[in-house]
Design a binder for this molecule. Structure first.
Ligand SMILES: C[S@@+](CC[C@H](N)C(=O)[O-])C[C@H]1O[C@@H](n2cnc3c(N)ncnc32)[C@H](O)[C@@H]1O
Length: 241
């Protein structure tokens, strides 16, 4: 039984932080799939105030800054990830260690134009807290763009006991070199993704089932083919009323 006060993925990401920071941009799933899809979905950010929730080593944080965001605040549960993000963006963003499963009291209300979150909210069982906080910190009419595991891909990857509901699962990551790391995560059905979003008062503007970019075909034909026929991630684009 996991301790409900300890974020499920903290230990794993502390162990993975440096390797993830060094390698993820060259991985089929991240650099050639989720990163470009997320950036396309976000669109122009010039002049916007953006929160990067679960920023990891700061790939998206740096991108948002380079694209001319007026302000980028970022947080992550893992101090080691925040250290990597600091190496990547220096003092250009505000970087804080914080848990998405708890109120984000350090953030002002009605301040941000956009909350962007890449592959992080999956690690929180109860989405009502982060979604309510995203809504609070957004200006009226603001957007959340967040990527999550596609339930179909997650079902294949984790083999949860049922396709319905939310299930704590784990997988052993071997693709980042070094010692394999067991990463706990939550499998979540489509209903468990959509219902908390609507309950938090967001409307769904768009949903993208991501596919790899064409460049991957020459680099890793097998992963390219797999990614073209079976979704691993999806991006939810939400509007705050
Ligand atoms: C797959 S990584 C994605 C990192 C980054 N967004 C990216 O795309 O490179 C998942 C991240 O979520 C963070 N995370 C997990 N649980 C969290 C929580 N409860 N609050 C904040 N961040 C969390 C992890 O520490 C890790 O950095």
């Amino acid at each position: 039984m996991s301790d409900p006060d300890v974020p499920v993925a903290l230990e794993a990401y502390e162990a993975l932080a440096r390797r993830y920071s060094e390698i993820a941009e060259t991985k089929a799933e991240n650099g050639y799939n989720e990163h470009p899809a997320m950036r396309a979905q976000i669109g122009p950010v010039e002049g916007l105030r953006v929160l990067d929730a679960g920023c990891g080593p700061g790939f998206l944080t740096r991108y948002l800054l380079d694209q001319g965001a007026a302000e980028v605040a970022a947080f992550d549960i893992s101090p080691a990830m925040i250290e990597m993000a600091r190496e990547r963006v220096g003092e250009r963003a505000s970087l804080v260690v914080a848990d998405m499963a708890r109120p984000l009291e350090f953030l002002p209300s009605a301040h941000f134009d956009l909350v962007a979150s890449s592959l992080a909210i999956d690690y929180v069982r109860d989405w009502s807290v982060p979604l309510a906080e995203f809504r609070r910190v957004l200006k009226p009419g603001g957007r959340v763009v967040m990527s999550v595991q596609h339930p179909m891909g997650a079902y294949k990857w984790y083999s949860p006991p049922s396709a319905f509901g939310v299930h704590l699962c784990e997988a052993t990551w071997k693709g980042f070199g070094g010692k394999p790391v067991v990463v706990p995560d939550y499998y979540r059905s489509f209903g468990e993704i959509v219902r908390p979003i609507l309950a938090a008062g967001f409307s769904l503007r768009d949903l993208t089932e991501t596919q790899p970019v064409a460049e991957l075909e020459a680099i890793n034909p097998r992963k390219y083919h797999d990614g073209m026929v079976s979704p691993t991630f999806m991006i939810l684009d939400l509007a705050a009323g």
